[in-house]
Each structure stands twice: as structure tokens, then as C-alpha cells.
Design a binder for this molecule. Structure first.
Ligand SMILES: Cc1cc2nc3c(=O)[nH]c(=O)nc-3n(C[C@H](O)[C@H](O)[C@H](O)COP(=O)(O)OP(=O)(O)OC[C@H]3O[C@@H](n4cnc5c(N)ncnc54)[C@H](O)[C@@H]3O)c2cc1C
Length: 231
């Protein structure tokens, strides 16, 4: 019952409970000219069997994307790939998914989790990016450290999704007031839109959406040079 209740609450963001339902949801979006990213939900696995099941689910998802010629990539969480079990094991798991994605000319996004994982996620991403150029990362605008991270990722030529940040973080690590989060978001978005590699502006916030539209018009950012993302 709890599962059913949680599914009802989350339904708005969940494309399906089976891969076939997810494929149909992506097809509906693609028919409207909207690309997708598929996340196989899960995080913080503590045993290898669960991590391997998640890897298998992603490999299967990439297979479906290729077979059905969907305009979709995948997004994943490192703690779902075994980051809490062993860092190198996690790296190998994600590398397998990147290789499978590359074989279908596809892309893998590493979601950003709570601040306990920020540094480890970025380090693992940078290592992975040396071998797999088809992997991207997420930066959370609320973190104080994010400007430094964005500048480094721009230098690397990595693709960044910018979001506000979804976790409860202390004031020592993250700005708290909505106005300040928006201010950070705009300053990071302007860096990414002017110097980044195909940034993704991930927000439902009308203020930030309007700001981005004005920015791209004023700075003549080509429409194919960035994307908006929503849940
Ligand atoms: C594509 C995508 C990927 C993300 N990946 C990550 C990640 O890797 N790590 C991470 O920490 N966070 C991630 N987030 C979540 C993000 O950090 C925010 O917590 C979340 O997007 C809410 O912030 P907002 O910018 O939409 O603004 P808010 O201020 O929360 O919302 C602005 C307005 O949009 C409405 N709204 C909020 N959510 C939705 C929705 N789903 N659909 C329609 N309207 C909505 C609100 O009711 C409000 O009116 C992601 C968000 C998106 C869109």
C-alpha cells in the first residue's frame, strides 16, 4: 500500500513502472519535439547485487532507446551504482553504461546527490570524462562551491546540467534564501551559456526561465547551444 501511495504522489514525475511505459512516455514527448532523459529510480544501494541490477536496467534502457530510435539519453546516481560500496567498483559500473551509450551514439548524465557526495561525484566524473566524452554532470546552484566547479567543468569542456539543488544543506555549504539561490543560478547560467558546452538549464521557476530567455536573446546564444530541462 505504501508503494502504491508513493507512486501516486510521484506519478507526475514518473514516466512508468515498466520500460514499455517509459518508452511510450518518451515517444509521446518526442512526437511534440521534446527530447527526454530516463532515470531508473534508485539510490544508496548497499550490496553489489542491487548495483548490478541497476546497471543491467540501464543497459536494457539504452537498448530500448536505440531499438525504438528514441530521442532520449539516461541519467543516473552514483550511489545507485555502488559509490557507498566501493568507489572503483562504482567507476567500472558507470563506465560500462557509458560504453553501451557510446555504441548507440548516446549520452549519460550523472545526477548530483547530497553534499556528502559532491566532491566524490565530481572526482569520479572527471576521471570518467578522460575516457568517456559522452558523460555529463549536474551542478547545484545553491552550493557555495559551485562557481569554482562550474569554471573547472567549462575548462574541461564537460556538459553541465544546472539546477537549484534538491537536498537540505546547512548554511555553511549552501545559500538558503530563494532570492540568493536564484541569484547564484543566474550567475552560473550566464557562465555556462556564454562559455559552456551545451548546458542544460533545469528548472520550472518562471523567473529563471524568463531570465534565461532574455539572456539568450540579448547574447544571441544559438538555440541548439543549450537546452531547457524539466521533470
Ligand atoms: C531535469 C531536472 C534534473 C534535476 N536533477 C537534479 C540533480 O541531479 N540533483 C539535485 O539536487 N536536484 C536536481 N533537480 C531538482 C532541482 O534541484 C530542484 O529541486 C527542482 O527542480 C525544483 O526547483 P525549481 O528550479 O523547479 O524551482 P522551485 O522554486 O522549486 O519551483 C518553481 C515553480 O515550479 C513549480 N514546480 C516545481 N517542480 C515542478 C515540477 N516537477 N513540475 C512542474 N512544476 C514544478 C513549483 O511549484 C513552483 O511554482 C533536477 C531538476 C530538474 C528539472
Amino acid at each position: 500500500m505504501l508503494n502504491q501511495l508513493l507512486f501516486l504522489v510521484a506519478k507526475r514525475f514518473v514516466s512508468g513502472q515498466t520500460i514499455q511505459e517509459a518508452v511510450a512516455a518518451v515517444q509521446r514527448l518526442n512526437a511534440r519535439g521534446i527530447g527526454a532523459t530516463l532515470d531508473v529510480l534508485g539510490e544508496n544501494v548497499t550490496d553489489r547485487r542491487a548495483a548490478e541490477a541497476a546497471v543491467a536496467a540501464y543497459l536494457e534502457t539504452l537498448g530500448w532507446i536505440q531499438q525504438e530510435s528514441l530521442s532520449s539519453n539516461v541519467s543516473l546516481k552514483l550511489t545507485q551504482m555502488g559509490l557507498d560500496i566501493d568507489r572503483d567498483y562504482c567507476l567500472v559500473n558507470v563506465a560500462r553504461i557509458c560504453e553501451r551509450a557510446a555504441a548507440g551514439n548516446n549520452f549519460v548524465r550523472i545526477d548530483m546527490e547530497g553534499s556528502a557526495y559532491t566532491e566524490r561525484t565530481l572526482r569520479l566524473f572527471c576521471e570518467l570524462f578522460q575516457k568517456h566524452q559522452n558523460v555529463g554532470i549536474v551542478i547545484q546552484a545553491y552550493l557555495h562551491r559551485s562557481e569554482q566547479d562550474v569554471r573547472r567543468l567549462i575548462e574541461l569542456g564537460a556538459r553541465v546540467r544546472l539546477c537549484k539543488g534538491a537536498y537540505k544543506e546547512p548554511p555553511s555549504l549552501a545559500v538558503q534564501a530563494m532570492a540568493a539561490v536564484r541569484q547564484n543560478f543566474m550567475s552560473l547560467a550566464s557562465l555556462l551559456l556564454s562559455q559552456g558546452n551545451h548546458p542544460a538549464i533545469a528548472t520550472h521557476d518562471d523567473v529563471l526561465l524568463s531570465w534565461t530567455k532574455n539572456y539568450i536573446a540579448q547574447h544571441q546564444v544559438p538555440k541548439e547551444g543549450f537546452e531547457f530541462q524539466m521533470l
